[in-house]
Design a binder for this molecule. Structure first.
Ligand code: HEC
Ligand code: HEC
Length: 308
C-alpha cells in the first residue's frame, strides 16, 4: 500500500486504500480538544464534590465535599412545602375553627378542598364512588351507597349535619313490616310509595301509611312523606331511590315492597333486611380520623354540589 504514496506532503500514516482513501495523523480540531479536556476535568471536580464511588463496606460510598444526597434534597423540599401548609393546617386544627368558618374564608376553603380530595379518595370513595358519585347495590340486602354530590340528603345537607354524619356515623332504622301486615297491605303500601314519587297517591296504601295503628309510616317519614333528617328516613316523594335493586318492569314497586317487608338495618330480627350503615370516623369509630380531618372532609362533601 504505502509504496506509492500520492500525497507525500501530508501528515499521513502511510495507510491508503484504492489510491483515494487515506488515514491522516493531523491533530483534532481545537473545539474538540477543549471539549475533551473539559470533560475529564469535570469528572475529577464532580468526584470531589459529589458522592460517586462505592467503598468496600456494603452500603458505603465516597460522600463528596458538599455532603449532597438526593434524599436530603427531597427532604428539604418536603420541609419547605410543610412549612407553607402548616399555617393552613394550624387554622383548620384549631378547635375554635368550625367548618362553617372554613367555608366562609375563600383561601382556607380552597386549600381545604384540595387537600381533602386525597382524603376522600383514601377513606370514602371505596363506598361513595370517586367525587361522591355514589355506588349502586349489587344484591337485595346490600344497600348501595348514596350519592353525595346531589342535593338529596337523608341526614341533612348543612355543613354541621354533614360533619355530624362523618363523626358519629349513621344507621337509620326501619322496622320489618312483613310480620305485622298482610301481603296485600304491603303491596298497597308499596304502590302508594311509588305513586308518591310520581306525584300522585294510592288510596288504600295512603290509609295504611297515615293510619296510626297498622302502618304508621308517617311517624318516621313525616305527614308529607318527605322524611326527617334526624331519623334519616328517606324522602319518599322524590324520584331518588335509596334502594332500587330488584330487576324487571316493576322494579320500583318490588324494591319498595322488599324494604317495607324486611325493614332497614333490622338484620337482628329479619335476615333479608336492607343494610345501610355509614361508619363513624370520629372517636366512636373503628378508625378515628381526628377532628381536623373530619372538618376537611365535611367541607369537601358540602361543596360537591348539594351543600345547604
Ligand atoms: C363502608 C362504606 C362507607 C364508607 C367507607 C363511607 N360511607 Fe358514607 N355512607 C355509607 C352508607 C351506607 C350511607 C347511607 C346510610 C343510610 O342509608 O342510612 C352513608 C351516608 C353518608 C352521608 C349522608 C348522606 C345523606 O344523604 O345524608 C355522608 C355525608 C357520608 N356518608 C359521607 C362519608 C364520608 C365523608 C366518608 C369518608 C370519610 C364516608 N362517608 C365513608 C357508607 C360508607
Ligand atoms: C322507625 C322509623 C320508620 C318507620 C316507622 C318507617 N320507616 Fe321507612 N324508612 C326509615 C328509614 C330510616 C329508611 C332508610 C333510609 C336509609 O337508610 O337510606 C326508610 C326507608 C324506606 C323506604 C326506601 C326508600 C328508598 O328511597 O329506597 C321505603 C319505601 C319506606 N321506608 C317506606 C316505609 C313505609 C311504607 C312505612 C310504613 C309501613 C315505613 N317506611 C315506616 C324509617 C322508617
Amino acid at each position: 500500500m504505502s509504496e506509492n504514496n500520492p500525497f507525500p506532503n501530508e501528515n499521513n500514516t502511510g495507510h491508503f486504500w484504492d489510491d483515494t482513501l487515506r488515514e491522516l495523523s493531523n491533530d483534532p480540531p481545537g473545539w474538540w480538544r477543549i471539549g475533551f479536556h473539559a470533560s475529564w476535568l469535570w469528572c475529577i471536580v464532580y468526584f470531589f464534590l459529589y458522592p460517586s464511588l462505592p467503598t468496600l463496606d456494603l452500603e458505603g460510598y465516597t460522600k463528596g465535599s458538599m455532603g449532597w444526597t438526593s434524599v436530603s434534597e427531597y427532604k428539604e423540599d418536603l420541609a419547605k412545602i410543610d412549612q407553607v401548609r402548616q399555617k393552613w393546617e394550624d387554622r383548620i386544627n384549631d378547635p375554635e375553627t368550625t367548618p362553617a368558618m372554613i367555608l366562609a374564608d375563600n383561601e382556607l376553603r380552597n386549600y381545604t378542598v384540595r387537600s381533602a380530595k386525597v382524603l376522600f379518595g383514601d377513606y370514602c370513595s371505596a363506598c361513595h364512588g370517586s367525587g361522591g358519585a355514589g355506588n349502586s347495590a349489587r344484591s337485595a340486602t346490600e344497600s348501595g351507597y348514596p350519592v353525595l354530590a346531589d342535593d338529596d340528603w337523608l341526614y341533612g345537607g348543612t355543613i354541621e349535619q354533614i360533619q355530624m354524619t362523618i363523626t358519629n356515623g349513621r344507621k337509620g332504622i326501619m322496622p320489618n313490616y312483613g310480620t305485622r301486615l298482610s301481603e296485600a297491605e304491603i303491596t298497597d303500601l308499596a304502590k302508594h310509595v311509588v305513586a308518591l314519587s310520581e306525584g300522585s297517591e294510592h288510596a288504600a296504601g295512603k290509609e295504611l301509611f297515615m293510619g296510626p295503628t297498622k302502618g304508621g309510616c308517617f311517624a318516621c317519614h313525616g305527614m308529607d312523606a318527605k322524611g326527617m333528617d334526624a331519623l334519616g328516613s328517606a324522602n319518599l316523594t322524590d324520584a331518588v331511590w335509596r334502594f332500587d335493586v330488584a330487576g324487571g318492569d316493576d322494579h320500583r314497586q318490588a324494591s319498595a315492597l322488599h324494604t317495607i317487608a324486611h325493614g332497614v338495618n333490622s338484620e337482628l330480627i329479619d335476615k333479608a333486611s336492607r343494610n345501610a350503615v355509614m361508619p363513624a370516623f370520629g372517636p366512636l369509630g373503628t378508625r378515628d380520623l381526628g377532628a381536623g380531618t373530619i372538618k376537611k372532609l365535611a367541607v369537601y362533601v358540602h361543596q360537591l354540589g348539594g351543600g345547604q
